[in-house]
Design a protein around this ligand. Structure first.
Ligand code: PMP
Length: 419
């Protein structure tokens, strides 16, 4: 069945025909293609068209789709049963691997999505400190928990008033622009002893890629320490992408709590939050802060995550970073040659090319970018078999299996685009 027919059926059954809003492709005035299968750096739609994939399931597939070692681990796990609702070895092994690579996560909890991870980390921070307020950055996205749906990034920016989220809840969410340490200082000055935590994407990926300016993360660390608040790094995107030890290793800043998702599930629904043992032991059944999950620590998902982390340790992050930088710079150059004002943000295997004349360091600058030009670019790239995020305020990701030929084909497609 073709995408058009499937989309018509889907629209009868799901709002916008999708199970997650961005997939509807409305920011690029288009309609979704339905995917039939994926392998390596490629997707194939239901009509058999092949795409070079730079969305990679919004981040998880850093090894590419269907990595053979991950797939093998999943087959083995599936044949041992798909869910026990009881402890299993896989969850211990995955936690051991995570704490080895991200030592600040001395103790952790597996959950089933990034949303659950950040929601639970916030509850823990509140329970641990006995305070209610959270500082959040405009344009950072931490999933769809009520407290974080205030000036959120990604598709959540489509609902500015965020219907359904009580004012009584978001009144505890204090906002600041990303990279604006002074604004955070002002919040601490005004209500320092009420702030439970500061949550931040240590390199932001939901207003496009926006990097922390020098001193920003250290400044947050210092303010939290001074005022007895917890610093939460939301590493759902950056974890295992910007380095094996995440953004915290790359920038040398240790948070109190970390949230993970995406890559640690190897394509399965997994999230995780963790940090200092002394803080984590406030979770039930050790402590009074409650969180639970029927499918938490699911054996198949744990096997996929563990295999992913093991394979990643055999890959060359520096080489991928260098190739991605070269590729993203070339792509930016092609657009410039066509007379477009564009600016590139890049780290490791993630980048965003903004249709903007000025550097992008926060949400205001990201929002000012030209969405129509992005849509024009996106549509013509998609028509040539290049899958980019269907919105200009997202990251593009490369994987360890994108070949030089894939990257060159992508550049060739960009050369053919007309504005
Ligand atoms: N935090 C960040 C930084 C994210 O990018 C996302 C999802 N894109 C989430 C949390 C929420 O994760 P999930 O979609 O798995 O609930």
């Amino acid at each position: 069945m073709d995408s058009k027919t499937l989309y018509a059926r889907a629209q009868q059954l799901m709002p916008g025909g999708v199970n997650s809003p961005l997939r509807a492709c409305r920011y690029v005035n288009s309609e979704p293609v339905f995917i039939d299968r994926a392998a390596g750096a490629y997707l194939w739609d239901v009509e058999g068209r092949q795409y070079i994939d730079y969305v990679l399931s919004w981040g998880p597939m850093l090894l590419g789709h269907c990595d053979p070692e991950v797939a093998e681990a999943v087959y083995v796990a599936v044949n041992k049963g798909t869910s026990y609702g009881a402890p299993c070895e896989g969850e211990v092994s995955l936690a051991e691997e995570i704490t080895k690579l991200i030592p600040s996560m001395e103790m952790m909890r597996m959950v089933s999505s990034g949303t659950e991870a950040t929601m639970s980390a916030l509850r823990l921070a509140r329970g641990y400190t006995g305070r209610d307020k959270v500082v959040k950055f405009i344009g950072n996205y931490h999933g769809h928990n009520d407290a974080f749906l205030a000036a959120a990034g990604s598709a959540a920016q489509a609902v500015p008033g965020t219907p359904g989220v009580p004012d009584d809840i978001v009144k505890h969410t204090l906002l600041a622009h990303y990279n604006d340490l002074e604004a955070v200082k002002a919040h601490f000055k005004e209500s320092g002893d009420e702030i439970a935590c500061v949550i931040v994407e240590p390199a932001a990926g939901n207003m496009g890629l926006v990097l922390p300016e020098d001193g920003f993360l250290q400044g947050l660390r210092d303010l939290c320490t001074k005022h007895g608040a917890l610093l939460i790094f939301d590493e759902v995107i950056t974890g295992f992408r910007v380095s094996l030890g995440g953004a915290q290793q790359r920038y040398g800043i240790t948070p109190d709590l970390t949230t993970l998702g995406k890559i640690i599930g190897g394509g399965f629904p997994v999230g995780c939050y963790g940090g200092k043992k002394e803080i984590m032991e406030h979770m039930a059944p050790c402590g009074g802060v409650f969180q639970a999950g029927t499918l938490s620590g699911n054996p198949v998902a744990m096997a996929a995550g563990l295999a992913t982390l093991k394979v990643l340790q055999k890959r060359d992050y520096d080489a991928l970073e260098a190739r991605t930088r070269e590729f993203a710079t070339a792509l930016t150059g092609i657009l410039k040659d066509k007379g477009q004002a564009v600016t590139l943000n890049h780290i490791a295997s993630a980048f965003t090319i903004y249709f903007s004349e000025v550097p992008v360091t926060n949400m205001a600058e990201s929002s000012a970018c030209n969405g129509d030009l992005y849509a024009t670019f996106w549509k013509q790239m998609q028509a040539q078999g290049i899958n980019l995020a269907p919105a200009g305020f997202e990251c593009a990701f490369t994987s360890f299996v994108h070949t030089d030929e894939d990257l060159e084909k992508t550049l060739e497609a960009a050369r053919n685009v007309t504005f």
